[in-house]
Design a protein around this ligand. Structure first.
Ligand code: F6R
Length: 611
């Protein structure tokens, strides 16, 4: 959700903080603020984006080699100047930036009010700042002790960076449920909610674990638990390139990421598929393979786009491995006391590896004794660290809030897993297995071909830019693709869109169809081709507009549909990787033509670290 940056060292803090906030803006963008420290702490904040903050602070005193900055995605309190972070405690001793939610803030606030504290904002963060200050003043303890004692009273999630005005030579960072990473430079440290603002300065990082607190001066990092046990920082080397977090020549990150898919898919199977030996090797599953192959049931869990990938995983695992699969929204799974057996395997999918509900589902499934595996994109994030095995997607940093290349990378991983398990269970014979490997390796070049038709998607987007509603239909493997196409359109263009299994249309949604309703049908040739042709005819008979995604050279649908997007043919199970591409580009161009902020759609944030 929110983005956090901190710097302590020898260079001016402001440029590091503001550039870092720009890199993190995809995490939240309703308001922003910074504090810099020299002989005093100077705080500036305002509603709006980082560009608004820059205007707001132009000409102000920004001197200091220590600082913190925050870009917000509101949870408590509307996005305005006052509720923007950093928050100062009542008597000015503590200045805090916070990502997460303090769940018991109301009770803490009442107690502090009884003790004479007054509150200027509607945020839970101000409550925390005052709680720390109250303990600090009353207990006459150090800033670090006050923070640790306060955090023991807090229920909820936090990633925090704190300045104590009386001890200005240090930053205090703490984490529970909301990621924080510390970059180690030479006589300087960087703190951030993810590594993107850090990578241009250093690749040596320490990821904080839950209940860790770090006390950082310009020459030292000391790590402890909230309970005051000293820890040895585990230094890791970032596998992230600065060029990967740049838009390059593209107008938006989303467009860049759509066009990166041939490469990101290739990176996802690079070193894992051997064409010569016809093998798939997934190192992160090696130890758990016997349990996976003998699973009684696989439960795949995710949110949003990752949940759509999970649905494709259901088709893949059931077809190739013949293991029963259930797909769950993480938020539903964790709150409904699900039946989990010790011979179940739970696979959680998450681009960020930090989604709060998905992380909670991991813990719940582990407690119930299931083997829990992760499919994540962000190395070192919480889910890969909490799971017992898994496979990274290697899609590279995804900055556009709408997920594109992470989705296709997730589906690529699920495909490799299903094929591998299917082979080990003797469901998939050698010949079929070989064919799939060959076809999977061809997917990147087929996506290149689809991307060449970008002008067509743009042209068709122009025709429907003023539509108020869209329906997306697909059968089998293409039903999740329909859901994903609809989600992409909704989230970046704010057009209402629904995805349905094509056969369900007759059970209700068909009533919506009239001459103003564009219906996107994902209809490459497969076993149910005749049926989807009938569905298209049903839409046409009621005056609807059909935009169909078909196999190259398709004659039948081309004659009935208003527009067709051709994709090269492949084996059915791999076709979602191709058919989703025109839908991503259609949404993109519609959103651009509607002047929407494609990379930072309203109300959304890239990584949902609150429930
Ligand atoms: C949609 C989108 C979201 C995420 C969802 C899960 O384009 O990006 O729906 O897919 O918030 O996020 P991760 O995959 O990080 O757990």
């Amino acid at each position: 959700m929110c983005g956090i940056v901190g710097y302590i060292g020898k260079k001016p803090a402001y440029p590091v903080i503001i550039n870092g906030l720009k890199k993190l803006e995809y995490r939240g963008y309703d308001s922003a603020g910074i504090s810099v420290v020299d002989d005093k702490v100077k705080t500036y904040k305002c509603k709006g984006k980082i560009a608004d903050l820059e205007k707001h602070i132009k000409g102000k005193d920004l001197n200091g080699v220590i600082g913190i900055g925050h870009t917000r995605w509101a949870t408590h309190g509307e996005p305005n100047d006052t509720n923007a972070h950093p928050h100062k405690s009542q008597h000015g001793h503590f200045i805090i930036i916070h990502n997460g939610i303090i769940e018991n803030y109301a009770r803490l606030k009442n107690k502090l009010t009884e003790k004479g504290y007054k509150f200027n904002t509607e945020t839970d963060t101000e409550v925390l700042a005052n709680l720390i200050e109250h303990i600090y003043l009353k207990g006459k303890v150090s800033a670090e002790q006050a923070v640790r004692l306060a955090l023991r009273k807090v229920i909820g999630a936090y990633g925090l960076v704190i300045i104590c005005a009386d001890e200005p030579e240090q930053l205090i960072a703490a984490r529970k449920g909301s990621p924080l990473v510390i970059g180690i430079g030479e006589d300087e440290y960087f703190i951030a909610s993810d590594a993107t603002p850090i990578v241009e300065y250093t690749k040596s990082v320490v990821y904080l674990n839950d209940n860790n607190i770090a006390i950082v001066t310009k020459s030292e990092l000391s790590l402890k638990t909230i309970g005051n046990n000293i820890l040895t920082p585990k230094i890791q080397i970032l596998d992230l390139d600065i060029g990967e977090i740049d838009k390059g020549d593209f107008e938006h990150f989303m467009l860049k990421e759509i066009f990166e898919q041939p490469r990101s898919i290739q990176d996802t199977f690079r070193g894992r598929i051997s064409r010569e030996r016809n093998t798939i090797h997934l190192g992160g599953l090696h130890k758990v393979m016997p349990k996976l192959v003998n699973a009684r049931r696989i439960i795949i869990i995710g949110c949003g786009t990752s949940w759509h990938a999970a649905l494709i995983g259901e088709y893949l695992f059931e077809e190739f491995a013949r293991i029963p699969v259930e797909v769950e929204y993480a938020s539903e799974f964790r709150y409904r006391n699900p039946v989990i057996h010790i011979d179940d395997v739970v696979i959680v999918i998450s681009q960020s590896g930090e989604t709060a509900d998905t992380l909670a589902a991991v813990n719940q499934a582990r407690e119930a004794g299931a083997l829990v595996l992760g499919i994540c994109n962000v190395a070192g994030s919480s889910i890969p660290r909490e799971t017992q095995g898994g496979v990274y997607t290697h899609a590279g940093p995804e900055i556009g809030v709408a997920s594109t290349k992470a989705f296709t990378a997730q589906v690529t991983v699920l495909t490799m897993m299903a094929m591998l398990i299917g082979k080990k269970r003797f469901i998939l014979d050698e010949k079929k297995y070989e064919k799939f490997i060959t076809e999977l390796l061809r997917i990147p070049s087929k996506i290149e071909e689809i991307l060449k038709n970008n002008d067509l998607y743009k042209k068709i987007a122009g025709l429907y830019v003023n539509s108020n509603n869209f329906i997306y239909l697909g059968r089998g493997y293409f039903f999740p693709v329909a859901l994903e196409g609809a989600l992409k359109l909704k989230e970046i263009s704010y057009i209402h869109a629904e995805g349905y299994p094509a056969a369900e249309m007759k059970h209700g949604p068909i009533a919506l169809i009239d001459e103003n309703m564009p219906v996107v049908v994902i209809a490459p040739q497969d076993d149910s081709y005749e049926k989807i042709v009938s569905n298209i005819q049903e839409v046409k008979a009621r005056g609807g507009i059909v935009i169909a995604v078909v196999n190259k050279g398709d004659k039948t649908i081309s004659e009935i549909a208003d527009h067709v997007f051709e994709v090269p043919s492949t084996v059915l199970a791999l076709a979602p990787l191709l058919t989703v591409i025109p839908l991503q580009l259609l949404s993109y161009h519609i959103a651009v033509k509607r002047s929407c902020n494609v990379d930072q759609p309203r109300n959304l944030a890239k990584s949902v670290t609150v429930e």
